[in-house]
Ligand binder design. Structure first.
Ligand SMILES: [Zn+2]
Length: 299
C-alpha cells in the first residue's frame, strides 16, 4: 500500500463555471452547506461544489495498483487508484479510478471521491462513555465489499481508532475519533477494505433513528463545527499487515441501559480479543474543549 498526500488543488474556484443545476445553486449562494447540497436531491457531478462547501477537505491515496494486460499490440499498463477524502468532521468520500498515467489518475480519483461524498452520523454511542460528544459511531454499523466484512463498534473516548490501517484512514477523514472493529475476509486487499469501511459509514446515514436515540446517543449528522485541528497528520506509517481482528467479547450496546457502566477498558487491558485496542491513543493529548465544564463527564 502506498501512502501519498496530494497537494491541495489551489486553483481559484472563482473561475469555475458550473455546468449543473446544483453547481449553479452553490455558485450563486443559494446552497451554502454540504448537508443542503446532499439533501437537495440534485446529482453531485462537479468536484468544485465540494471544494467550495468544504474548503478544508483533505485527501489521501490509499492504494496505487498496477494493472497489466496483454493485448494483440503488446502489454498495456494501467493504474488503479483508490483515494479517500473527508473534512474530518462528518463528511467522507471514496474514489476509485483507473488510468494510464499515475498523477492524472490520482487527481481523477480524488475528484471521484468528492463526487461520492456522504454525510455520516456520529455520536457518543458507547455505553461505557457517556461523554455526550459525537466522537464515535452512534451504533454498530456493518459494511461488505468482496470477501471483506467490517463492523464498526462505538468505543469510549480515548480508545482511538482500534481498527485496521485502511479503515483508520477512512474513519479519520470522516471525523470518527474512537472505534473498535471486527473484520473478516481478505483484509489485505486494500480496495475492498476501504470500500467495506465506507459502506459501514454509509450505514450510519441510512439507518433510521428515533428521536429518543438521537437524544440518548447524542447523534449528530454531518459537521459538528468544532473540529478545527481535527485533521492532524496521522503519523501512522503505511503498514502492509492489516490485522485480522476477530473479536467476540466486545460489549454489546443493546443491554446498555440496564447495566451500570463498568470501568471502561483501559488502554493496556482492553478486551482480551481486541488486539488493537491498545492503540496509541495517549500519544497526542486531547485538545481542551470549548466548554471545559462538560469535560469531566461526571454524573
Ligand atoms: Zn462518549
Amino acid at each position: 500500500m502506498e501512502q501519498r498526500r496530494m497537494e491541495r488543488r489551489k486553483e481559484p474556484v472563482t473561475d469555475w463555471k458550473p455546468r449543473t443545476k446544483l453547481g449553479r445553486m452553490v455558485r450563486e449562494g443559494k446552497i451554502t452547506s454540504m448537508s443542503e447540497a446532499l439533501s437537495s436531491g440534485l446529482p453531485l457531478r462537479e468536484a468544485e461544489i465540494v471544494d467550495i462547501l468544504l474548503p478544508n477537505i483533505e485527501d489521501e491515496v490509499l492504494s496505487v495498483n498496477m494493472v497489466q494486460r496483454m493485448t494483440d499490440s503488446g502489454r498495456r499498463i494501467k493504474f488503479a487508484i483508490t483515494t479517500v477524502v473527508g473534512n474530518g468532521d462528518g463528511f467522507v468520500g471514496l474514489g476509485h479510478v483507473k488510468g494510464k498515467e499515475v498523477g492524472q489518475a490520482i487527481r481523477r480519483s480524488i475528484d471521484d471521491a468528492k463526487l461520492n461524498l456522504i454525510e455520516i452520523k456520529r455520536g457518543c454511542g458507547s455505553w461505557q462513555c457517556g461523554c455526550m460528544k459525537p466522537h464515535t459511531l452512534p451504533y454498530r454499523v456493518f459494511g461488505k465489499s468482496g470477501s471483506v466484512e467490517i463492523t464498526f463498534i462505538p468505543a469510549p473516548r480515548g480508545v482511538g481508532l482500534a481498527v485496521g490501517n485502511v479503515a483508520k484512514h477512512v474513519l479519520r477523514l470522516a471525523g470518527v475519533k474512537d472505534a473498535w472493529s471486527i473484520t473478516d475476509g481478505k483484509t489485505r486487499t486494500t480496495v475492498n477494505m476501504a470500500r467495506a469501511a465506507f459502506e459501514s459509514l454509509r450505514g450510519t446515514a441510512r439507518q433510521k433513528v428515533r428521536e429518543e436515540q438521537v437524544a440518548r446517543l447524542r447523534i449528530l449528522s454531518g459537521a459538528s463545527g468544532v473540529a478545527e485541528g481535527a485533521l492532524v497528520t496521522d503519523p501512522t506509517k503505511a503498514d502492509q499487515s492489516v490485522a485480522i481482528e476477530k473479536e467476540s467479547n466486545v460489549p454489546t450496546p443493546e443491554d446498555a441501559s440496564s447495566v451500570p457502566p463498568p470501568k471502561a477498558p483501559d488502554q493496556k487491558g482492553g478486551p482480551a480479543g481486541a488486539p488493537e485496542a491498545k492503540a496509541p491513543a495517549k500519544a497526542e493529548p486531547r485538545k481542551p474543549e470549548s466548554k471545559p465544564a462538560a469535560g469531566g463527564g461526571g454524573k
